[in-house]
Design a protein. Structure first.
Length: 214
């Protein structure tokens, strides 16, 4: 298979799991327990198709452009497409299709469930990496933003703005990210350099998983 980078590329995405379905002889990739791509193997364990989910209009268009992209093999042929693993589809397009498949399935979940699957909050923080998680704080997703440092009985101002007010999955939809609310909701234990680094990491987390903002 020419796309020998595929397994590593897909598994580095947040929330992705992989399994092997012996009845089908497929290597499957899931997000939130739902499959978005698979490598179909023959009896000698050689790939003969890569199957993934695409928007129906996008799928039809690509089938007209590349003879190596065909209606989904043993799949719903409206939403699924199969790519010959040694065909002429460019690597960059293959990566784009995998990205699209991942986001298409991810976006099918509720906003809260998306954050749970990705393991990050609406501001890009990873609660499980915090010393307070599981002790004085249940985590942003678990308590609907009412974290330990928020005003009593209220959500964190960032959560309140992005999720409660704007009904977004995350701050990735905001052109001002990181906005003044992010800077006002600052961990007092961090010096200026550490705080700027924290902001950068959170922005990178969100941009890395939320394509075009959600």
């Amino acid at each position: 298979m020419k796309y020998d980078w595929m397994d590593a590329y897909v598994l580095k995405k947040r929330g992705v799991t992989k399994d092997f379905q012996p009845a089908w002889n497929w290597i499957r990739y899931h997000v939130g327990g739902k499959m978005f791509a698979a490598i179909c193997l023959d009896q000698k364990k050689n790939p003969y198709y890569i199957t993934l989910k695409l928007d129906p209009v996008r799928g039809v268009f690509l089938r007209t452009q590349y003879e190596d992209i065909v209606p989904g093999y043993y799949s719903d042929k409206v939403h699924w497409n199969s790519i010959r693993p040694d065909g002429a589809v460019p690597d960059t397009l293959m990566q784009n299709m995998l990205d699209e498949a991942y986001h298409l399935v991810l976006n099918g979940f509720s906003r809260k469930r998306q954050r749970e699957i990705l393991g990050i909050t609406c501001c890009g923080a990873d609660c499980k990496a915090c010393d307070c998680y599981g002790t004085i704080c249940l985590g942003c997703n678990e308590c609907n933003g009412k974290v330990f440092h928020a005003p009593e009985g209220k959500a964190c101002p960032i959560y309140g703005c992005a999720v409660n007010k704007r009904r977004w999955t995350s701050c990735a939809s905001c052109r001002e990210m990181p906005c003044s609310i992010w800077r006002e909701t600052r961990d007092p234990a961090l010096d200026d350099a550490a705080f700027e680094l924290d902001l950068k990491k959170r922005v990178e987390h969100l941009k890395g998983v939320y394509k075009d903002g959600i």
